[in-house]
Design a protein. Structure first.
Length: 306
């Protein structure tokens, strides 16, 4: 079984790419086959965080049909079992990706033969980034403890919800008044609640179906760049707010401490968790990787039972 984890969260610089590279490494080191895919088209830099020289090709060769299968573009990294697909040579920004190309990428990702697929997404909430995030029913949301980052965190979830609802409400069975009202709703002020209210007016029988659709999604929350004097309960508080306010399941999976050596590792183009495996931040990342792969660990009977 393949598990796909898009890594998103709105704000730039919070550590999405760093976490993609680190979790990819740690999950591969557990013995799983992993591929990390750079989907930050126009701002690709995941290769640097993986300590790789500029990749010569990647997603571009799949889109221009030089190769038939996306897996042909998955190249080995310095970590055994960890592969990488670059988008460095894609000529477009993610916002300008052709609709057909986006669908082609999403469908190819869903067929890749790996245990874990991690998608490094770009900043912001443009439709293509949201659709990449919706490649899977499971996603990882990254933020920092700063209020601005947390605001973007909620904005991102809201944008994901609007995207799911709008896609569903496009279907013929919905009243044109619902479609028109939803099309007019955009920007940060529009909310799931407003949409569900309109739907309940015209299709009271469909509200439960829409809520169930949102319930299918599971999100893991990570707080990065955590410093000593910060509220150690913040992650749990955000989890509670998300579970109360949104319809999906939100699970806070851990904080990653701020470490100046991460910056140094990026500057020297080295892979942090490989170069500094015993720091507190690497420990934080290991715990998160273990939580993510927990269900796939072989069941070992405790000594006292066996
Ligand atoms: N836990 C951390 N401690 C210190 N610096 C970090 C940490 N996580 C990320 N960084 C720094 O933040 C920079 C931006 O991270 P990056 O993963 O590129 O963000 P994003 O992909 O979300 O835009 C990294 O280059 C690194 O220097
Ligand atoms: Mg990035």
């Amino acid at each position: 079984m393949t598990e796909i984890y898009p890594i998103g969260g709105g704000k730039g610089g919070v550590g999405k790419s760093f976490i993609a590279a680190s979790l990819g490494t740690l999950i591969a080191q557990q013995g799983h086959n992993v591929v990390v895919i750079d989907l930050d088209l126009g701002a690709s830099n995941l290769h640097t965080l993986l300590a790789m020289k500029n990749p010569k090709h990647g997603l571009n060769r799949y889109l221009d049909k030089t190769v038939k299968k996306l897996e042909s573009e998955a190249v080995p990294t310095i970590i055994p079992n960890l592969f990488f697909i670059s988008s460095l040579h894609c000529s477009m920004e993610v916002a300008n990706l052709l609709h057909a190309h986006k669908l082609k990428i999403i469908s190819a990702i869903q067929k890749l033969p790996f245990d874990y697929i991690l998608l490094d997404l770009g900043t912001g909430t443009n439709f293509n980034t949201l659709d990449f995030f919706l490649t899977s029913k499971e996603g990882i949301l990254v933020g920092t403890p700063e209020p601005t980052s947390i605001e973007n965190f909620f904005r991102f979830i809201n944008a994901v919800y609007l995207r799911i609802l709008k896609q569903t409400l496009k279907r013929a069975e919905f009243h044109s008044a619902v479609k028109d009202a939803v099309t007019e709703m955009s920007g940060p002020t529009a909310g799931t609640h407003d949409i569900l209210k309109i739907v309940s007016k015209y299709h009271p029988d469909k509200v439960a179906h829409l809520k169930n659709k949102l319930r299918e999604f599971e999100f893991k929350l990570i707080l990065n760049q955590f410093r000593k004097n910060m509220d150690s309960n913040l992650g749990n508080k955000i989890e509670t707010v998300c579970n109360r306010h949104f319809h999906s399941n939100f699970q806070f999976v851990g904080t990653i401490r701020y470490d100046g050596q991460i910056h140094d590792a990026v500057i020297s183009k080295t892979l942090y968790v490989q170069k500094y495996p015993h720091t507190q931040s690497s420990d934080d990342l290991k715990k998160i990787a273990e939580k993510i792969t927990k269900s796939r660990k072989p069941t070992v009977l405790p000594k006292e039972i066996s």
